[in-house]
Design a protein around this ligand. Sequence first.
Ligand SMILES: [Zn+2]
Length: 117
Amino acid sequence: MITNKAKKRVLQVVGEWVPIMGLEWYTINHQFNEATDSSDEQTQATTNTTWYYREATMTWHLPKLALLEDDELENVVVHELVHILLDPIHPEGDGINHHLEYATECLARALLAARKA
Ligand SMILES: [Zn+2]
């Protein structure tokens, strides 16, 4: 099944990047969403962090991730892991913070570029 392969690819990339980013001291839970009718068509993954307990739950939308090339999938994984690092400076409250989202994506791209250098 295509989503099983996507799940395996996600966990492999997470396993590669967690030690690089110093996140071994976090408890990271993974949820795998196999639904194809998600209400949010854009969302490939989400990360919710209880940073003061060093816990995070990453939710992966497998049908969307299954369509990605390896480098695109790696970009999504690193982006979500950067969210764990930056969540302590995320203002309290709901809603997307575009400044933080921008910082997250910039850091993810810098990390990916540095690793390939
Ligand atoms: Zn994000």
